[in-house]
Design a protein around this ligand. Structure first.
Ligand code: ZN
Length: 276
C-alpha cells in the first residue's frame, strides 16, 4: 500500500516537470510589457537565413556590427524624420522619437505577441494595412513581430544581450541604443505564415507598399547577418526604385544622399516625402 502511494506521488512529480520547465522558459523569453520583442522566424521557416548563429531568443533586429563604432563618441547624428536617414553603426538617432506613432491593429500582430501595443508612424501604417490586406487576399497571413522601439527599450535589450553574450558578441546581432532602424517608427519585423509561400510573397510584394529589406544576404556590404524579416518603409517610389536597382538598402540610401546633394539632377519624385 505504502509502495503504491509512493509510486503515485513520484509519477505526479514527474508529470509536473515539463510544466515547471515551461514556466522557467517563459520567464526567460518574455521581456515584459513595453519590450516590443520579436521572435525571429526559425531558420526552417526562413529561406536562406542559414543556421550558423544561434539567434537571439527575442528578436532584436540586427543592426549590424560592421566596423566598430568610432571611438570617443564621434557618431554622426542623423535626423529620424528623414525617411532616408542612414542608420548604421557610424550614426546615431540620439533620443529621437517620431511624433505620429499609431497603434497597429491587433489582427496584424503575431498571435503570440499581443500582450502590448505595437506602434508605427502614420504613413507606413497606412501602407502596412494595404499590404496586409493584399497578402490576406492572396491567402498569406503577414504577422508583425516587432515595430517601433524607443531608445530606452533598445538600451535595456542591448544591455541584457551584452550581459548574456558579452558586449562584442551582442553587438553582432543587436543594435546599440540610438542605432536601431526600429527607433525610426517606420520599421517592422514580419513572420509571414504559410512557410515559403509567405516569405516569397513578402519578398516579391513589399516594395510595392514602400517597404525595403534592410539586411539581405550581403554581410560584406552591410556588416549584418541576413534578416529576411526586417523591412523598413522608405516610400513607394523609392522602394520600387530600390528594388529595381538591385542595390543593398544602405547603398541605395547613400545614392539618394549623393543625388540630393547634387540638385537639380535629383529626381524629385523620389523624395516626395510627407515626413520632410
Ligand atoms: Zn528588425
Amino acid at each position: 500500500m505504502i509502495r503504491g502511494v509512493a509510486l503515485v506521488l513520484i509519477c505526479a512529480a514527474l508529470a509536473l516537470v515539463p510544466y515547471f520547465y515551461r514556466l522557467e522558459l517563459q520567464a526567460r523569453i518574455e521581456p515584459g510589457p513595453q519590450a516590443d520583442a520579436q521572435v525571429p522566424p526559425s531558420p526552417a521557416e526562413t529561406p536562406g537565413s542559414g543556421s550558423e548563429r544561434p539567434g537571439p531568443v527575442e528578436g532584436l533586429q540586427l543592426d549590424a556590427p560592421g566596423p566598430e563604432d568610432p571611438p570617443g563618441g564621434s557618431l554622426e547624428v542623423v535626423d529620424g524624420d528623414d525617411l532616408f536617414a542612414l542608420v548604421t553603426k557610424q550614426t546615431t538617432l540620439g533620443q529621437y522619437k517620431p511624433h505620429d506613432l499609431e497603434v497597429i491593429p491587433e489582427k496584424m500582430i503575431h498571435p503570440d505577441q499581443r500582450q502590448w501595443p505595437y506602434l508605427l508612424r502614420r504613413e507606413p501604417l497606412e501602407q502596412l494595412t494595404k499590404m496586409w490586406e493584399a497578402a490576406e487576399a492572396d491567402g498569406v497571413l503577414l504577422t508583425v513581430t516587432s515595430a517601433y522601439r524607443d531608445y530606452a527599450t533598445q538600451e535595456r535589450l542591448f544591455n541584457e544581450y551584452a550581459a548574456a553574450y558579452g558586449e562584442e558578441e551582442a553587438s553582432t546581432f543587436s543594435a546599440r541604443p540610438g542605432q536601431s532602424e526600429h527607433q525610426l517608427g517606420t520599421t517592422l519585423d514580419f513572420d509571414p505564415r504559410g512557410g515559403k509561400a509567405g516569405w516569397d510573397w513578402l519578398e516579391e510584394n513589399a516594395h510595392h507598399y514602400g517597404f525595403a529589406l534592410s539586411y539581405p544576404d550581403a554581410q560584406a556590404i552591410t556588416g549584418y547577418i541576413e534578416e529576411p524579416w526586417h523591412y523598413r518603409y522608405i516610400g513607394v517610389a523609392a522602394a520600387r526604385e530600390w528594388k529595381e536597382s538591385g542595390l543593398v538598402l544602405c547603398e541605395y540610401l547613400k545614392l539618394l544622399q549623393h543625388r540630393s546633394a547634387q540638385q537639380p539632377v535629383f529626381n524629385s519624385s523620389i523624395l516626395k516625402d510627407p515626413f520632410r
